[in-house]
Design a protein around this ligand. Structure first.
Ligand SMILES: *Cc1c(COP(=O)(O)O)cnc(C)c1O
Length: 403
């Protein structure tokens, strides 16, 4: 019986490979940055990196690294405890206050990852008499978190406000007590910014709460980098924001929920990934605090300006070369290829040509919608962007993607 199990696992792996859906890990031999090293330890290749969530270029920033080191020296390597036993240091409270203040919320609670924040946020707040209305393209962690909650579930097609309204109507007609709309602020595979102004208008109309997962927005999108709701001019209407320190805000790791004080207080009592998982390492808190300070400063504004300029330069170059892009204003620039194997082959050929990108295929994106998702960073130079466009053009011609 046991051998049958192992055979089945091996068969599934082979199927994944045969379908061209394998996601290989390319090993880096250097720190994260606009440039890095990929390959064997003795013989890595210098590559320009176009696939990190390092939007503000802070992942390798010496000030962020130093702040992380200093926090480790002061507060230790780790807590060896969950928060409520003996895992809460002043630096955790400082980070919670800082991220809450940045996003204009009363309080915030830290999690080991945004995946855990989304996994833990719904179940304590909503019960079987309540309803969650969620966007069909929401991140896997929102989907899982919603599954773990007893509230009734309603789904609307990505960004389809008519369908959102229909679902809100249905939830109300079916007697839901509290209705919560849950959506990504930025849909990570397409780079689309959710129409939160319209979501909020419908929320007003149907007396619903709004939760936004702003992982690809906090620090980089909207006025002050305060996120997609700030971008759409409806910041104050958002009830709950979830996000990560693992992307623009330094890239270390860790997630949070920011909301009204009583919501955060209840999550501290009931959110399972908070109650049953280790506190964030002090180095992660220190690095994240420094990254937020930079994101909130005048330098942060310059970095966001540079990021916008870099994204525009890359988009223009790639469009001129004939590639099919998903249009948008986010530094996520998806290069559409359709076929999973083509996306894999193209990413591999680009790596050989010195450009580090990743092919995305099912189940991360819908079947037949494989792509290379490129992501710009404020740390990219104009030369690096032009070099990447040139490499895409060479490889794209060779593989018959462009003429
Ligand atoms: C990256 C991401 C997450 C997960 O964040 P982690 O902190 O890495 O767990 C959750 N939601 C969205 C929309 C994301 O893009």
């Amino acid at each position: 019986m046991r051998e049958r199990f192992y055979t089945r696992v091996a068969d599934t792996l082979e199927q994944i490979r045969n379908d061209g859906l394998e996601k290989p890990e390319r090993i880096m031999q250097a720190a994260q940055g606009a440039e890095t090293q990929v390959g064997e330890a003795g013989n890595p290749r210098r590559v320009i990196n176009f696939c990190a969530n390092n939007y503000l270029g802070l992942a390798g920033d010496p000030r962020v690294v130093a702040a992380g080191n200093k926090a480790a020296e002061t507060w230790g390597a780790g807590l060896a405890s969950v928060r409520f036993i003996c895992g809460t240091q002043a630096i955790h409270k400082q980070l919670e206050a800082e991220i809450a203040g940045y996003l204009g919320k009363e309080d915030a609670i830290l999690f080991a990852a945004a995946f855990d924040a989304n996994g833990g946020v719904f179940e304590p707040l909503l019960g079987e008499n309540d309803a969650i209305v969620s966007d069909s393209l929401n991140h896997a962690s929102l989907i899982d978190g919603i599954r773990l909650c007893k509230a009734r579930r309603y789904r609307y097609a990505n960004g389809d406000m008519a369908e959102l309204e229909a679902m809100l109507k249905q939830a109300r007609a079916e007697g839901a007590e509290t209705v919560l709309i849950a959506t990504d602020g930025v849909f990570s595979m397409d780079g689309h910014i959710a129409p939160l102004d319209r979501v909020c208008a419908l929320a007003d109309q149907y007396d619903a709460l709004v939760l936004v997962d702003d992982c690809h927005a906090t620090g980089l999108i909207g006025p002050g980098g305060r996120g997609s709701a700030a971008f759409r001019g409806c910041e104050a209407r958002i009830d709950i924001v979830t996000g990560t320190f693992g992307k623009a805000l330094g890239g270390a790791m860790g997630g949070f929920v920011a909301a009204r004080a009583e919501v955060v207080a209840l999550l501290r009592q009931r959110a399972r990934p908070y109650l049953f998982s280790n506190a964030l390492a002090p180095s992660v808190c220190g690095a994240s605090l420094e990254a937020i300070a930079i994101a909130r400063s005048a330098e942060g504004e310059q970095r966001r300006e540079q990021l916008r300029a870099n994204a525009a330069r890359f988009r223009n170059g790639m469009a001129a070369a004939g590639f099919t892009l998903i249009p948008g204003e986010h530094p996520i620039v998806p290069v559409m290829l359709g076929d999973a194997r083509l996306a894999q082959d193209m990413a591999a050929a680009l790596l050989d040509d010195g450009v580090f990108v990743t092919g995305f295929s099912y189940p991360v994106v819908p079947l037949g919608k494989a792509r290379i998702r490129t992501q710009l960073s404020a740390a990219h130079t104009a030369e690096q962007i032009d070099e990447a466009v040139a490499a895409f053009t060479r490889v794209g011609r060779k593989l018959g993607v462009i003429a």
